[in-house]
Structures are given as C-alpha cells and as structure tokens.
Design a protein. Structure first.
Length: 341
C-alpha cells in the first residue's frame, strides 16, 4: 500500500502544475452533484493497478513514443495491431528504407509531415503542441428545447469505449443516473483486454448490453435515453440511422455527449497519449525536451470535462450537443503555445 501511495504521489507531482483548470471543473461538478472526485484516483487508477512506471519519451503503457523530427517533436501511437502492421507503409510514405527504424525516419521530416502521413494510414499521431489551443474543451450547440433536470433517475446510454467516455458515464452514475453500457457484437470495448479491475471500477453498477448495431435494437435503446455518450465519427452513427440532432429535438432536456480527438469536424484518430501531446500537455526533462505526463492523460482529463459539462447542461435545461475534444481538453491544462525545439 505504501509503495502504491508513494508512486501515486510521484505521478501527481509531475502533473500538479497543470491541474488548476481541472480542479475547478471537478469542484464545480461536486457542487452540482454532491459527488466528490478523487483526482489522483481518476487520473492514475489504471497506472496504479497495472504497475506502470513514470513515463519518459515512451508512454506509460508502452505504445506511444515521442520522436524527434527535423523541426521539433511528434508522437506516434502504435496502440492497436493494425497500427503496428501499418508501420512498413508509414516508413515508405516517409521515404525511408523498409529496414529503417521509425526514429531515424522521423528525423528526416517535419513534425507535421510525420503526423499527417501516419494519420493517412489511420495511425494515431500528432505534432507536439500543434492543436487544441484554438478551441474550448467543450462546445455546446442547441438542437432541442430546455427542461432543467437533476441527474437522479435519468437514463444514460454509453456507447463509448476505453476510458474518457466510460469515466464520464461512471461519474454520472455516481450522481444518480441509470447507466446502460452498450457494446457492439462485432467490436467489444477494447478496455476489456486491459486490467480487469480497472474495467470493473469504471462500469460498476451499470447495466450491460451487447447489440448488433445493424439492427433496430440500437435505435430503440437510444430512443429511451435522456443522455447519450459516444466517441464515434458522426458519419458512422448516421449510417446506422442515428442522428444526434434528431435525438435532441425529439424530447426536451436531452443531452448528447460527443467525444472526439480533434472535434466532430475532424476525422483524425486519437488516443490519450498522442492527444495529450497534440495539446501540449507534456513535461520536460533536464535537457528541456518533452516527455509524457501521466498515463494516457488526455483520456481521464476529457472524461472529467465531459461529466462536468453534461451536468451543467442538464441543470440549465439540456437540449444540447456537447462536442468534447480530447486535444482541446489537454491544451486547456497545458498552458503551452508553440513547439518544443
């Protein structure tokens, strides 16, 4: 226990200078709901359970690397088998020898070029401190009429996966909402392959449904919801006949939470580590070079921003589509402008 407590204190020390805006968000969430938020647990539970060590230029989970480029730094995240399989194609796009390693290839191109070529192949990648500073963490647009309500007894349908969306759903559940966790028969939540206790804690007390998304069952479930949380490209749900705007217009007071890497108008893929780098939420080593902070830090940060925004929207009457950008949430904590050289 002492070892874990000491490790968590070390993790907190590394991110503490950035936590002012997040502490204000969580304090207001507690004021609105009565639910306290333990920031160390919210940010570092997975790292503690998995026994991760403090990251350097390789992320705590090991899949994402900060690479020096011709003009700065960029993160490339080989988080999925498909990302690793696409690495030879990325090297080819960068004009490197197929036998070359990625760090060497990265040094021959700019940060923007590396990120763009990786994203072209669907690999999560980002130039350091390149985006997010020009937008707010949460953008709300109204598509329905207002009806102020408390969370108690409201039905939340969580279509998201991994960490940010489920953390948002977990906090809403602790505030009294009835949460239904929904997974596709063909694409279960990837977090199930991680530490089982982490998954259990995020989904404790939630109803679980596994559906064929191509059948009317998904639309029927969403029709019963007061709040929907999702982290999909908008066009993916529209192909299934699911439209956030129609959901909000159909009944007063509803809220739709859309969590994306870069915003609903941007198809680039992002995970917690590379999104943090994109927003500039990184530390520096003794030589002034960037290092990762935390464990996939943009994920829990985004989940906390999303839960707070949902609660505030419901209190004010809802009817809103909340666009929550992971990179913008990271940038809100970074206080960084421009790239580290």
């Amino acid at each position: 226990m002492r070892k874990n407590a000491t490790l968590e204190a070390c993790w907190m020390e590394t991110v503490a200078p950035h936590l002012g805006p997040l502490a204000r968000v969580t304090d207001d969430f507690t004021a609105l709901t009565g639910v306290p938020v333990d920031l160390p647990s919210a940010l570092f539970l997975r790292a503690r359970l998995a026994g991760f060590r403090l990251p350097g230029r390789t992320s705590a989970g090991g899949s994402c690397r900060l690479l020096a480029t011709a003009d700065g730094w960029a993160a490339v995240n080989l988080a999925r088998p498909d990302d690793t399989a696409a690495l030879p194609a990325l090297l080819a796009l960068l004009g490197a020898n197929p036998d070359a390693d990625l760090p060497a290839a990265a040094r021959s191109v700019t940060s923007a070029q590396l990120a763009a070529q990786a994203q072209l192949l669907g690999i999560p990648a980002a130039a350091h401190a390149s985006t997010g500073a020009d937008r707010t963490p949460v953008r709300a647009t109204r598509h329905g009429s207002r009806r102020p309500r408390a969370l108690t007894g409201l039905r939340v349908v969580d279509l998201s996966a991994l960490w940010a969306g489920p953390l948002c759903a977990s906090l809403l559940g602790r505030a009294g909402a009835l949460v239904v966790k929904v997974e596709s028969t063909t694409r279960p939540d990837g977090a199930r392959s991680g530490h089982p206790e982490f998954y259990r804690r995020l989904h404790e007390g939630h109803e679980s449904r596994v559906l064929d998304f191509t059948t009317p069952a998904l639309a029927r479930l969403i029709a019963e919801a007061d709040v929907v949380i999702e982290a999909s490209r908008p066009r993916a749900l529209r192909r299934l006949g699911i439209h956030a705007e129609r959901f909000l217009a159909a009944r007063p007071g509803r809220v739709w939470v859309s969590i994306t890497g870069y915003g609903r108008d941007d198809d680039r893929v992002a995970f917690g580590d590379d999104a943090a780098v994109a927003g500039g939420l990184t530390g520096r080593d003794t030589d002034g070079r960037p290092v990762f902070l935390g464990d996939a830090l943009a994920d829990p940060v985004t989940g906390l921003f999303a839960a707070h925004a949902t609660t505030r929207s419901l209190t004010a009457g809802g009817g809103e589509l909340l666009c929550v950008s992971m990179t913008a949430c990271a940038a809100a904590l970074a206080g960084v402008r421009g790239r580290v050289r």
